[in-house]
Write a protein that binds this ligand. Structure first.
Ligand code: ADP
Ligand code: ASP
Ligand code: MG
Length: 406
């Protein structure tokens, strides 16, 4: 018996029959004597449809109004779920983000949670109600509705779990747990029983969308163990937890890929102090995050500078770079959207050497050219041509001994 937070993703609540199935699962947990708080996503595809409608009105829809629109996806599912639970004879109530007192900053479409005053949630739990909260949304200090970025319901769930000091935070999704690679592109991927917060942080930031990165940051900060599992059966999934000594023994825990980046190269830039800052400051000034950066030295006091940004920001970053190129008299600006970042991740890398050379030689053996490289203490990433994504993931998965054998 305890306080349990359960989050169900878009596929799990994708139609009324699935909502009924999820409702039965919720009531099962409730009937065991637990307090249950449910966080829901919009039905699968709905957020994309809403974005598409907005883009038919404007290529740059007003950000405040876009968030008002996007939040309706989750408003629909929580109302349908609460109705279903009530129809089944249970006490239940839906809460929108602001009603659950989810306070965020005012960065529309990528707001960050600042605080959750979960008083109303706690009061409803005292009344023995099942509380059904709209994920992905909150409100800023002025009461404007905000959304938390794609996949943000995961973060809502973990943040609510931390705020009400839940005993468990379960993330129900359309896969059985966290795998050594995206099971949709690597059929030899294995389900992990456990993964360290730091590994999951890297994997989430490198393209494994099974958990939104902010949710893992919250979980680590407030020590909330997350159980990622399937909403379609009862098998145990993957626990995301603090690192332990056994985890260090595994060098590479997983391989991830991200096709959502593009790269920009400024060719023949004068190699003088302050040049990188001249190129990159206007980019960050426009609120665009730069991921990888490399600078190649050429002969004759000239250099090439290459960096990557997310595909959403590609066009703006390209326009800004063309402007800068004129100012600093660079020869030309080249953009490339057909790239993918492939990464290997593992806390064991701290104590094992040779991971990078194995990664590079495995890719070379498949004739995959490496365009850019970056590393951290527990990961190595290579940018390759997008068409090699699947081959690169499978090759590295095999090279690091992660393939399922049966
Ligand atoms: P939900 O709608 O439940 O939030 P998401 O689509 O956001 O589900 O996340 C689940 C998806 O994450 C899976 O269908 C899978 O394709 C993808 N994914 C990427 N990398 C991994 C991984 N390493 N392990 C499990 N799933 C992964
Ligand atoms: N519905 C939102 C999305 O599609 C939030 C979520 O599913 O977590 O990104
Ligand atoms: Mg998701």
């Amino acid at each position: 018996m305890g306080v349990i937070v359960q989050k169900y993703g878009g596929t799990s609540v994708g139609n009324l029959e699935r909502i009924r199935n999820v409702a039965r699962q919720i009531t099962k947990t409730y009937d065991q004597g637990n307090d249950v708080v449910v966080i829901l996503s919009a039905m699968s595809g709905v957020t994309d449809q809403l974005i598409n409608s907005a883009e038919q009105i404007s290529q740059t829809p007003d950000k405040r109004e876009l968030d008002v629109l996007l939040a309706t996806g989750e408003q629909t599912t929580v109302a349908l779920m609460a109705m279903t639970l009530i129809e089944m004879g249970y006490k239940a109530q839906s809460l929108l983000g602001y009603q659950a007192e989810i306070l965020t900053n005012n960065k529309a479409s990528k707001a960050r949670i600042l605080d959750i005053g979960a008083n109303r949630v706690k009061d409803l739990l005292k009344e023995k109600k099942i509380v059904v909260i709209a994920g992905f949304q909150g409100a800023d200090a002025e009461g404007n509705i905000t959304t938390l970025g794609r996949g943000g319901s995961d973060t809502s769930a973990v943040a609510v779990a931390a705020a009400i000091k839940a005993d468990q935070c379960e993330i129900y999704t359309d896969v059985d747990g966290i795998y050594t690679a995206d099971p949709n592109i690597c059929d030899k991927a294995k389900k992990l029983d456990r993964i360290a917060y730091d590994e999951m942080l890297e994997m989430a930031s490198l393209g494994a969308k099974v958990l939104q990165i902010r949710s893992v940051e919250f979980a680590k900060k407030y020590n909330v163990p997350i159980h990622v599992r399937s909403s379609f059966h009862e098998e145990e999934g993957t626990m995301v937890v603090n690192e332990d000594a056994n985890m260090e023994k595994v060098v590479v825990a997983g391989v991830t890929h991200n096709k959502n980046e593009a790269r920009i190269t400024l060719r023949k830039v004068p190699d003088t102090p302050g040049i990188a800052s001249k190129i990159l400051s206007p980019i960050s000034g426009a609120g665009i995050q730069v991921d990888m950066i490399i600078q190649n030295t050429r002969s004759g006091n000239m250099t090439d500078l290459t960096f990557t940004v997310s595909k959403n920001d590609y066009q703006s970053a390209l326009d800004i770079s063309k402007q800068t190129a004129k100012e600093i008299e660079a020869e030309e600006v080249i953009g490339d959207e057909n790239i993918a970042k492939i990464s290997v991740v593992g806390v064991g890398m701290r104590s094992h050497s040779g991971v990078a050379s194995k990664m590079f030689s495995s890719l070379a053996a498949e004739n995959i050219n490496i365009l850019m490289i970056s590393t951290s203490e527990i990961r190595i990433s290579c940018v390759v041509e997008e068409k090699y994504t699947e081959l690169a993931v499978r090759t590295l998965h095999n090279a690091f001994g992660l393939d399922r054998t049966e």
